[in-house]
Ligand binder design. Structure first.
Ligand SMILES: Cc1cc2nc3c(=O)[nH]c(=O)nc-3n(C[C@H](O)[C@H](O)[C@H](O)COP(=O)(O)OP(=O)(O)OC[C@H]3O[C@@H](n4cnc5c(N)ncnc54)[C@H](O)[C@@H]3O)c2cc1C
Length: 403
């Protein structure tokens, strides 16, 4: 049987970043990905690096926002990571942190922005609310109907097509073994560590389709995104997550227009212009999740596009940036991500499973580097640099805590 220090399950951004960080510290790492690296949420998302509280965290009012703000230490650590990630990885990741604006069109939204910014500043985030004149001076491409906006100078974007594969290559250069088309089908405690049964799903180093082999690992990292609950069940641990199918659209290329990450305090919206000129439009508009015969979520099926979501998202985009009314949409796609019942991420040791660690929930692309840092610290037996109490998976023992 093969032996490694750490088995990382999942080749999305989080798994690749964790494998890279562990390999940098000399750990012997095996990363296995059931499909291809970056095939799921990490390669399908909007690439927003948002450190302000998002619309979904403030739409239920400021008390809910205060709870969500407990994740702010992870936001701040992630912002610093993104600033140096390209240099440390040694490949372009399409990162640019030229600032983000969350818009308000109404007086009520403006009040919410002020309350939100106060909460964020108390946690140490650099954010201030600009009036209409200042907003339009900062971002002349925005609609003059915008009343105010909160501005956070460290927000921005990264290229989701580049980031996870670059981290996987960087991990491999440091000796990590990254295997696609290889699925973990069983995990069992053995000899102070874990025995994993791996099944090949395609030609490659794991052997012909269906070939099974076992690997012994001192530690296991669950970086399985929407499949985290399934992996938790495999090791007898409750890791509740809620799958969300979301919509993204991209326009044709156009000359530079939008230089910020643009969000909205009153509707689902994220807008940014990629380096090659396409404008990415998202922000959490729902798609239809695949369902099994009993109505249960079927994560193996692709979600379906909901026409009303595409239209609603486009309307929100044009209301923010009127020029977009003249820019055709090139493509719409959908992807599935995960949140937790109380909206805070799930980060830490897996309950009742010594040597197993997990991170997921929420904006795990933005927060991926800080999740990966925490996982690396825990695997290496160090205390995490951030107080993990609010994100501790043990909060769900014996039933979900709903915030
Ligand atoms: C449309 C959309 C837009 C989004 N926009 C943003 C955004 O702008 N900013 C942001 O921060 N976040 C955004 N998100 C959320 C973000 O994409 C996810 O939080 C993040 O990518 C999760 O990364 P991950 O590596 O944890 O999971 P994933 O990328 O889902 O990777 C998990 C991997 O685990 C593999 N796996 C599962 N089970 C097994 C097994 N048994 N054996 C082997 N492999 C297994 C899966 O095949 C998968 O590839 C968005 C999500 C969507 C869908």
């Amino acid at each position: 049987m093969d032996r490694v220090d750490v088995l990382v399950v999942g080749g999305g951004f989080l798994g690749c970043a964790t494998a890279w960080m562990l390999a940098r510290e000399g750990a012997d790492v095996l990363l296995v990905e059931r499909d291809q690296v970056n095939q799921h949420a990490s390669g399908q998302n909007a690439g927003s690096l948002h450190f302000q509280l998002e619309y979904r965290m403030i739409e239920r009012g400021i008390e809910a926002a205060k709870l969500a703000a407990e994740a702010m230490p992870l936001h701040l650590e992630a912002a610093q990571w993104w600033e140096r990630l390209t240099e440390e990885v040694g490949e372009p990741l399409g990162v640019s942190q030229t600032g983000g604006l969350m818009l308000a069109h109404t007086a009520e939204q403006e009040r919410l922005l002020h309350a939100k910014a106060e909460v964020e500043r108390a946690w140490g985030l650099d954010v201030r609310v600009l009036d209409r004149e200042a907003v339009l001076a900062e971002a002349p491409y925005l609609s003059p109907t915008v009343r105010a906006a909160s501005h956070c100078p460290i927000e921005g974007k990264a290229d989701t097509r580049l980031a996870a594969p670059a981290l996987a290559r960087a991990a491999a250069r440091l000796g990590a073994d990254v295997q696609g088309r290889c699925e973990v089908v069983r995990l069992a405690r053995a000899g102070g560590g874990w025995t994993a049964t791996l099944r090949s799903r395609g030609a490659g180093p794991a052997g012909p389709v269906g070939t099974e082999r076992t690997v012994q690992a001192d530690a296991v990292v669950l970086a399985a995104g929407v499949w985290t609950t399934e992996l938790g069940a495999m090791i007898g641990s409750e890791l509740p997550t809620i799958p969300l199918a979301l919509t993204m659209s991209v326009t044709v290329r156009r000359p530079p227009l939008i230089s910020h990450l643009v969000q909205h305090a009153g509707t689902r919206l994220s807008l940014k212009q990629a380096g090659d000129g396409n404008v990415l439009i998202g922000g959490g508009w729902p798609a239809r999740l695949g369902r099994g015969p009993l109505g249960e979520a079927d994560l193996a099926r692709s979600p379906e596009i909901v026409a009303g979501s595409v239209a609603g998202n486009a309307r929100a985009a044009v209301a923010a940036v009127p020029e977009l009314a003249h820019v055709p949409v090139l493509r719409t796609w959908v992807g599935t991500t995960t949140v937790t019942p109380d909206q805070l991420p799930l980060v830490g040791a897996v309950p009742d499973a010594p040597g197993a660690f997990v991170a997921t929930g929420g904006s795990a692309f933005t927060l991926g580097p800080s999740f990966a840092q925490v996982l690396t610290d825990l695997v290496q037996g160090r205390p995490a640099g951030t107080d993990l109490t609010p994100y501790d998976p043990r909060r769900y023992r014996g039933g979900a805590r709903v915030g």
